[in-house]
Design a protein around this ligand. Sequence first.
Ligand code: SF4
Length: 394
Amino acid sequence: MTDPFSLYVHLPYCVRRCPYCDFNTYAVERVPEARYVETLEREVTFAAAQPQWQGRRISTVFFGGGTPSLFSPASLGSLLETFDRLFGIEFDAELTMEANPGSFEGSAAERLLGFRRAGLNRISIGAQTFDQQHLTTLGRIHSPHDTVAAVDAARAAGFDNLSCDLIAAIPGQTLQEWRDDLERVVALGPEHVSAYSLTYEEGTPLTGMKKAGLIQPAEEDLELEMFRAAHLNLTAAGFEHYEISNFARPGRASRHNLAYWTWRDYLALGAGAHGFAGGPPHQASPGACWGRRYANHRLPETYMSAKDGAWHATEESLTREMAIAEYLLVGLRLLEGISRSRFAALFGVSIEAAAPRVTELESSGLLVVEEDRVRLSEHGLELGDAVIVRIAAG
Ligand code: SF4
């Protein structure tokens, strides 16, 4: 195997837990940076000796979290050097870090310059909303002013590929306020915007507040209007709507996330990180393994204390049926949908034969079936996950 792969690095620390967050992240006063980075170095060195990663170069790296901007530029730079030494990072690789406004120790300008000099060439800034009251509802530590300052500092540091995250359907948020957020984000001039609706995950404080009747979630109709407004306003501003929740200037779609959505291999490092390798086109006979996925120990302390090679908490081999379901789940998130010929080449069967609901959902107007593509219709897109899950369920 020689094709390049994507690399995800999970940095699981935050200044404070946001009440809606169910990511694997921990509020700490002080990040155990040296020990965590040393564990990542050991984990990636171990992975480099495994046959599924040997001899392959890296096409994208994504430092996600948590709050990666709590780590120092020197730490992320030294990790990138290790990745390059072990595998080779492609010349035009996309090297992204997530950053939260208000999370920079000392001067944001200096830190961001440090990250850029360390080799990172794409930054994803968690703006979420430009309304202070809604930022407070979300428990964010930053102000709208911090977001603007972080974007300015990132540009001044030389980041010419910048993404902003927004959250819609915040309790109490009106359609006009959401449109204002879209306008503000466009005015900042990012290359990429991610716009997700707030979700209520089991066990989060926000879900507890919802159950206790302390907050009123957005009505479904309003959420739908917000989705439509994001599509209309961002496409009118020159963004391509390329994935249910993601918009990019031409040529600036997230290459790292596209690797997930087109079912490519990705190595994942760090506490609670999920990786995947060995799916099609590398599979062979019908009984063969259709890829293996794994998840690392979630608790940073368990992860850092694990012996070499014992970082995985779970490992799973995919059956052909599981592989088909996952392929549909991720691929249909893209507006261009799934290539019928690639699907048939990978799985040896047409998409209609593998997922009989395709025909039914086409008749209901939720899917569009073209010569070489199956994709969500405009209406299917608005229903998003609900339609995709029905198709993937067989
Ligand atoms: S900053 Fe991000 S990762 Fe950290 S708690 Fe908030 S939402 Fe979760």
